[in-house]
Design a protein around this ligand. Structure first.
Ligand code: NOJ
Length: 459
């Protein structure tokens, strides 16, 4: 086994996802900001994470809360400005914390100047940067559905008398990566953030940027085309051309670990890929054993480095899904003891559950508000936030389970996560070791991680 120092940082790392809107508000508008993240850097360093991944903080009309980007190289005023971004990256590095930012390549906002230009005239410079199809206003070009509306993935653009494609909201038109000008522009976006000093990218909808777009009534759902792999190789070359082990982690939202493995290429595509089937598995020993085995079978032989994730901004938190604090704690140990790179979702280290969202406070078209509740930092009425009224309701643990209370309780989730990460860091077996299955009671999972045996059980 190579020495730890010979490995890229992202293999031994624990990466912590921050949803900026929900982390900490410092200017009193009820929405978290980059300054709020900066102020919590000492907390993050003490927690023991190695890197933060920031969900989008770019200029956006917020139809999809930032995943509808109107300017890829500027910060939305809600979150601060570019100087705040530079300062955050610099000070994170001073704390030994790397910074990974979200790259949203599949679509832009309909308010992006590229799209505004594209729809302005048939001869517009950006006309072919999006996917337009002629036809009849009554018949969408194929049966693809938009992810959040339940309606067609196509919108008829009246002034142009043409359809445009949007796999997500109508406010998120898909760009056309078959166009080399799009590729060049998106590469410039990557260079901008690499030059600013970020350590890598989480790539949104990575698997679908290069898609075939068959027309007609009987076409399959969108599928990755060979072009996606070529585009991933180009991005890999660009990212690797920078010094300092920059990395990419792709949101490969496919429920097959074998398909996920393909996105590592021959070690020349993504550095890391999310593998979501375990996130959707019930917290039962047999189901998880199967998921772990699938990773060992599909990723190990091709030298692809696994990732593990229990919670994120698109799904109910794992404590909510599993239904108990004990299971959430057992799952934390499992996550932090598996070979591969774990991703934590901010607030997971506090054992937060989803907030209950009354109908009048629902804001997300995709029904994901509960897991995006603000993080309660202390026991004051505003829980450390500058304004008393954040954009979403507090999670149920806010009154007694806020971060400050957990600091003082050695048995809290916060201390459990800290201890688990300290142990993980100290033992290569807990992040790099292979393991073998040991016999155990049926409701019990037990793996031998090399010199250290870890066991997690739940029933
Ligand atoms: C995946 C992101 O995680 C999700 O939040 C977003 O809505 C879609 N991609 C569209 O960008």
């Amino acid at each position: 086994m190579p020495d730890d120092n010979d490995r890229p940082w992202w293999q031994g790392a624990v990466i912590y996802q921050i949803y900026p809107r929900s982390f900490l508000d410092t200017d009193g508008d009820g929405v978290g900001d980059l300054e709020g993240i900066r102020r919590r850097l000492p907390y993050l360093a003490e927690l023991g994470i190695d890197a933060i991944w920031l969900s989008p903080f770019y200029r956006s009309p917020m139809a999809d809360f930032g995943y509808d980007v109107a300017d890829h190289t500027d910060v939305d005023p809600l979150f601060g400005d570019l100087d705040d971004a530079r300062r955050l990256v610099r000070e994170a590095h001073d704390h030994g914390v790397r910074v990974v930012v979200d790259f949203v390549p599949n679509h832009t906002s309909d308010r992006h100047e590229w799209f505004a230009d594209a729809r302005s005239s048939p001869s517009a410079v950006h006309r072919d940067w999006y996917v337009w199809v002629d036809g009849e206003p009554t018949t969408p070009p194929n049966r693809w559905m938009s992810a959040f509306t339940g309606g067609p993935a196509w919108t008829w653009d009246e002034p142009n008398a043409r359809w445009y494609l949007h796999l997500f909201l109508p406010e998120q038109p898909d760009v056309d990566w078959r166009n080399p000008e799009v590729v060049a522009a998106m590469h410039d976006v990557l260079r901008f953030w690499l030059d600013l000093g970020v350590d890598g990218f989480r790539i949104d909808v990575a698997h679908l940027i290069g898609k075939d777009i068959p027309l007609g009534p009987d076409v399959p759902d969108p599928e990755p085309a060979p072009l996606t792999h070529e585009l991933m190789r180009q991005i890999r070359r660009l990212v690797d051309s920078y010094p300092g082990d920059r990395m990419t982690v792709g949101e490969v939202y496919i429920m097959s670990t074998r398909a996920v493995a393909e996105f590592y290429g021959q070690g020349d595509e993504l550095h890391l890929s999310f593998n979501f089937p375990p996130l959707y598995a019930p917290f039962e020993a047999a189901a998880w054993r199967k998921r772990i085995d699938r990773v060992v079978e599909e990723l190990d032989p091709i030298g692809a480095w696994p990732t593990w994730v229990l919670s994120n901004h698109d799904n109910p938190r794992h404590r909510t899904r599993y239904g108990s604090a004990d299971k959430a704690r057992a799952a934390a140990l499992l996550l932090l003891g598996l070979r591969g790179t774990p991703f934590l979702y901010a607030g997971e280290e506090l054992g937060l559950s989803d907030a209950a969202i009354p109908p009048e406070r629902v804001v997300d078209p995709g029904g994901r508000d509960g897991c995006r509740a603000p993080i309660p930092w202390d026991g004051e009425p505003a829980h450390g936030w500058a304004g008393a009224d954040p954009w979403l309701p507090w999670p149920p643990e806010a009154a007694v389970g806020h971060a400050a209370a957990q600091e003082g309780d050695a048995d809290s989730f916060l201390h459990l996560y800290r201890r688990a990460m300290t142990a993980r860091r100290a033992s290569p077996a807990l992040h790099h070791g292979s393991f073998t299955w040991l016999d155990a009671r049926p409701a019990c999972w037990r793996g031998n991680g090399g010199p250290t045996t870890i066991a997690a059980s739940w029933w």
